[in-house]
Design a protein around this ligand. Structure first.
Ligand code: IMP
Ligand code: MG
Length: 173
């Protein structure tokens, strides 16, 4: 495991993003929706860094990946989505890789007609995108490595690591 982004870098960037978002949404009804499970660590830190009133909800998106990094079918569960009528929604995910997860989830939430809808991610793999939009807010742009930690998993392991690390092909094998 190699460290790509350490705990201190994450903390200070998340605090700054929180300030940016507080400015953006000041005086507007905000609902922050996290995508389980990858966004849960970011959500916990980010919502405490956004010093304007807001509501919080979680949804689930699971793409059935094989052993490594090939995306499969995406299943989205909106059962626990709070009422977003008239609210400005910020959708938060761990990583924007191909962008297809964000695209699918944004489309489904968009159908519920929030007042506005934007996206924020911890990591943005700029070389891997396969969609024609980009996240509205991000913490870090990263190269096309498979990363774990701070919510991100490999086969549901490593989410608890306080830093972002990457696994090399030999480790993945
Ligand atoms: P996308 O649909 O290709 O953008 O992939 C987004 C989802 O794939 C994320 O929510 C992650 O769960 C997962 N994912 C993509 N890249 C990585 C990675 O490098 N490490 C861990 N999970 C990843
Ligand atoms: Mg995920």
């Amino acid at each position: 495991m190699k460290v790509l982004i350490d705990q201190e870098q994450i903390n200070s960037r998340v605090i700054n993003l929180g300030r940016e978002l507080a400015k953006e949404y000041e005086g507007r009804p905000l609902t922050i929706i996290g995508v389980l499970s990858g966004s849960l660590v970011l959500m916990a830190d980010l919502i405490r860094a956004i010093d304007v009133p807001h509501q919080v909800g979680m949804i689930q998106a699971s793409s059935y990946r094989g052993k490594t990094t090939t995306p499969g079918l995406l299943e989205v569960n909106l059962d626990y989505l709070p009422d977003i009528t008239g609210r400005n929604v910020l959708l938060v995910d761990d990583i924007f890789d191909t962008g297809k997860t964000m695209q699918t989830v944004l489309a489904q939430i968009g159908e519920l007609k929030p007042r506005s809808l934007k996206s924020a991610v911890l990591l943005w793999k700029v070389e891997a995108n396969e969609v024609d939009f980009t996240p509205d807010f991000h913490c870090f742009k990263i190269p096309d490595h498979f990363v774990v930690g701070y919510g991100l998993d490999y086969n549901n392991e490593y989410r608890h690591l306080p830093f972002i690390g990457y696994l090399e092909d030999a480790d993945l094998a």
